[in-house]
Design a protein around this ligand. Sequence first.
Ligand code: G6P
Length: 606
Amino acid sequence: MCGIVGAVAERPVNKILVEGLKRLEYRGYDSAGVALLDGNTLNTVKAVGKVVNLENALDEAGVKGTTGIAHTRWATHGGVTKANAHPHISNSEIALVHNGIIENHASLREALKGDGYEFLSDTDTEVMVHLIHQLRQQHTTLLASVQAAVKQFDGAFGTVVFDKANDNEIIVARSGSPLVIGLGLGENFIASDQLALLPVTRTFIYLEEGDVARITRNSVEIFDVDGNAVKREVIESNITQDASGKGEYRHYMLKEIYEQPLAVRNTLEGRLNDDRVAIDAFGDSAQQIFKDVKHVQIIACGTSYHSGMVARYWLEQFAGVSCNVEIASEFRYRQSFVHENSLLVTISQSGETADTLAALRLAKQQGYMASMTICNVPGSSLVRESDLAFMTKAGAEIGVASTKAFTTQLVGLLMLTASIAQEKGLDQGTIVNAIKLLPAKLEETLLLADGIADLAEEFADKHHSLFLGRGSQYPIAMEGALKLKEISYIHAEAYAAGELKHGPLALIDADMPIIVVAPNNELLEKLKSNVEEVRARGGIIYVFADKDSHFESDDTMRVINVNHVDDVIAPVVYTLPLQLLSYYVAVIKGTDVDQPRNLAKSVTVE
Ligand code: G6P
């Protein structure tokens, strides 16, 4: 989603800003812009489409600056146009970029129009810059004007502002949308994600909710929501820069699919002792909480929601606790029942998904015994605001379609299941022994890639598809369908195979491929009956099956054999062939695999 980069320096910052935006491209966006201060001259350049268009427009305009703010916009209010792209400017004096949504923009706009402000865009953001300009007439500093303005904004924002009268100052404010300050020598930076700034610094300060900061070349002053000067922790980033390179791979998504054995290995490292999980991987107070827990409420969005759905099968089967799983945007707007001794678990790659974060904040007022997050980004909002955190060690995930974050979330959830079982005196050894084999099993499964690439040819002209699974493979079918629709734009739905006859059978014909996930477990015979129901109606079936499942390829069925794995880890293993299938179909269709249309990596607005 929207990305922010800003800098205040002695040297020209054009290239730093453009490189920063490029490093945020993976988040998804549709236009980009930059405002630069060269002394007291303010120049703004914007472009619709990719950052490279902005880069070309900047070269053409021949402008530069030592202070600047830059933005990639993912349209919410107002279409994809140059006028709606950020930065927005008030009276040729104040420039501003914004991530988030200002919910009371309509009333602020009316009031500002009444006071003579002219609006050039359809965005909610433009009210911010005009209001700050108006308050600037009443306050002696830009900092005070921003502090006064933020009190009037309802909604979420991460915003960066400068006034052309002072090229040694940018003011930043965070409420609901993350911002991180990057510290340099005689220069300082701001961004919505530290990845944007890794070429210029590895020293960062995360702003907290309600913080407003004044950043100059040589200083950083931070004020909390009440205006008190505060110190925030300075951290050294351990993210490796090459995480943002594609290496030998054609797409980030393919690279990330192949990184899964390593990502799982890293997630397990140091966290298993013989046949037990090291419970402190979840946090210091985890042991007592796991002893007492009776119910787990999982909340997440998108792919992360699917990992939660798999965990429900595991937690209820192996850990003896009941479990509900809910989409965050639903949970946050309904009155839900809090069970006794209930642990709230959020799952998120980014740790910044607006709905998941809002759901956590709501749940914290509702009487859960504790909150825990399973998350891939250290220092993210969910990690900081949860009582316990299990960090997946997938490394930076750049492809919008989540792959290695999902499989490492599943590993985290298996370890959670084993840990709770352990504390309740139940068998956890079966899970732990199976998890240890996972990296090798994933490596073996990736060897199926060539066969799957061939199979993908048969999907390229299809418009609809159906994914089927049973038990803990039903959410895997859902995840497979999500992957296919995200990156190949083929309509894909997933069904629990037992539901076929309650509706979807009506859709079956030779133009609707049916993808079946079929490990060799106690549900296999039931699944085989479902497959026969499809065959009898002329459907073409693609089965990802355990070698011992005895499915045979023929005119109406293509079988891809997957090596046998213990059923407990089968959901993780069967995810990979489905990821590969989506990937190769998308490549054949020529879509933008890493940045599919209309989608964003980190959804920081609701
Ligand atoms: C976006 C991404 C998905 C992701 C979802 C939840 O929609 O495109 O890949 O699953 O957000 O994100 P989270 O960071 O909370 O896992």
